[in-house]
Design a protein around this ligand. Sequence first.
Ligand code: SF4
Ligand code: SF4
Length: 400
Amino acid sequence: MRTGTWSGSAKEGTQLAVRSDTLETDLSEVMGRSYRCIDNCALCCLCQPELLPGEESKFRADPRLRDSVVETHISPEVRGAAIKLRGRHGACHFLSGRRCMIYQDRPHFCRAFPVNIFVGWRIQVNANLSCRGIGLDGESLEDLAKSVLRDYTRRELEQELESARVVFDEFGRNVRRAKVSQSTSSLREAGSVVIEDLADEVGLSRVLAYAEHGRTRQNTSARDIVRLARRSDAASDIEELAIMDGTELFDLEELSLLPIYIDRRLNWNLYKLQGDAIVGYRLSEDGSVEEVSRTDPASVHLMPMTASGSKIFQDYMRTVNARDCFLGHAAHLCDMEGYSYNLAQVYLGALANNALDLWWRASFLASRAESERLDSAEVREGIVFFDMDLLDLPTIGAFI
Ligand code: SF4
Ligand code: SF4
C-alpha cells in the first residue's frame, strides 16, 4: 500500500478514523506523540523478531544473516520464520552489549517498535507504552506509524483486513444469535462511564463482582448493564483478589512467558512465583538470570492513588477502552464462554480485571521502592510493566 493523503486532527480521548483511499485507518492513539529510542534500553530486542516473507529470503541469501533464521517462532500462534534468540529466553541473536549488530538491516518488526498495527474490522495503530522512549522529545510516532504502514502493499493490507473481517463477521452472527450483542459504540460508551469507578477500590470492586456473578438478561442495553454493575454488592475482598490475580501472573514455569519490567536504570526484571515468594530475577542478553529480590505477595496492598496518579491511571484506561484489539479481546472471552453472558458484561469485566492488574503491578513496584501511595510516576511505572502484556492478550483480529 502507498498511504496516499492522510488527513484529520485528533482531540484527546476521541477516536479519529482517517482513510487512505478506501482502507480505514485509525491513528488517533499515536497522533501528537513523540518518542526517542533510549541508548542501552533494547527492551524490544527481548521480543523475538518475525521476518516478513521478503525479509526471510533476503536473510537466507545473506551469509552474515542466514544462520540467525529459524523456521518457527517461540509463540506457537505466530506463523513464519523469525530470528533466533540467545538461549531459551534471552535477547535477539543480533544484540550485543545492548546494541544491534545489524541495525541498518534490522527487519520491519524492529523498525516498527514501539508502534503496533492491529487489523480488525479496520486498521488501528497502537503505541506500545512499555517503551520508555514514548513521550521523550524526538521523532513523531505518527510519522513512524505511516512509514511502517508503507512497508505493506495495499494488497497485503486488504488481504489482512479480509481475513480479520471474516472472523469479526462470524463473531457478530454468534452474538446476535445468542441475543447478547452490543454495538462497538455502546461498549465504548459503557467503558468510558465506568473508568472513574475503576480508579476507586469500591467502584472497581463492584464492577468486578458484577462481571463475575451478575446475570444480565439477553438484549439488556450496555447502559443498563453499567447501572446494574454500579448498584451491585462490592466483591468481598478486593485485596485478596488482587493478590490472587497478581501472583497468578508470575506463576509460570517457562521464563520466556513471564512478564518483563524494564526499570528506570534499564535493568530487565523478571518475577516468578516460587513457593510462597515472588522471586525477582535480573535477565541478561544471553538468557542467564540472577536472583535479586524476594517479596511476600501478601505484603503488597493496593496503594491509594493521589489525584495525579488517578488521572494517569484513568487516561491509560481510556486508551485501552479505545483499542480495537481490546474489543477483540472481549470478543475472544465471550466466545470462550460460549456466548452465555451479555457482551457488555464481558467487556466491563475485562476492563475491570485489567485495571486491577495494572493497579496491583503499580503497587507491587511501588512497594519494592518503599513508596506508600501511587503518584503519577508510580502509575507510569505500572503502565511500563503492564502495557506490553495488555497488547499481547488473546484477541480476534491480528497484529501484523
Ligand atoms: S523499547 Fe523503546 S526505547 Fe527501548 S530500545 Fe525499543 S524503541 Fe528504543
Ligand atoms: S535485529 Fe537488532 S533491533 Fe531487531 S531485535 Fe535483533 S538486535 Fe534488536
